[in-house]
Ligand binder design. Structure first.
Ligand SMILES: [Zn+2]
Length: 152
């Protein structure tokens, strides 16, 4: 198993996406397949832009989880979708601590807040999502073929 363990060793801006590299073809901008990260929650992969980077900030005593908003903080990072479910999954299996090589208790408040914030940003209130409250429940047709005491 080869893990891509290159965590920001190559300088902060080593891999800036360069969209226009003498590419005359009007090819739609395909997200670079290269830098893909795995969400520690749902284990699905996503681009760096799609995931939050969570790092351990041990600068002021007890290590705390902080969200690396600019994805350029040094050290180990855990990647997580800005999704509540992914955070829950990550918390449930202690994936954040494991990814960050930290066994102690970790408060996820900061991360939860960031997730909520990002999730709120993602959701653009363009069209009011009207969830049909009265979903047609598939009624089991009991009457059909069920004749009580059918006289012969
Ligand atoms: Zn996820």
């Amino acid at each position: 198993m080869t893990r891509r363990a290159r965590l920001g060793r190559a300088g902060p801006d080593a891999r800036l996406p360069s969209p226009s590299r003498r590419n005359p073809d009007p090819v739609p901008p395909v997200p670079e397949p290269g830098p893909v990260r795995t969400c520690v929650g749902c284990r699905a992969t996503g681009s760096r832009q799609a995931l939050l980077r969570v790092v351990l900030d041990a600068g002021t005593g007890d290590p705390v989880l902080v969200v690396d908003e600019h994805r350029r903080m040094p050290g180990r990072g855990a990647w997580l979708h800005p999704d509540q479910r992914c955070l829950e999954l990550a918390v449930k299996r202690r994936a954040l601590g494991r990814a960050l090589r930290y066994a102690g208790p970790l408060g996820t408040d900061t991360v939860a807040r960031a997730v909520t914030r990002h999730a709120a940003q993602e959701v653009q209130p363009q069209h009011s999502t009207t969830v049909p409250d009265s979903t047609p429940v598939p009624t089991v047709d009991r009457e059909a073929g069920w004749k009580p005491m059918a006289p012969r």
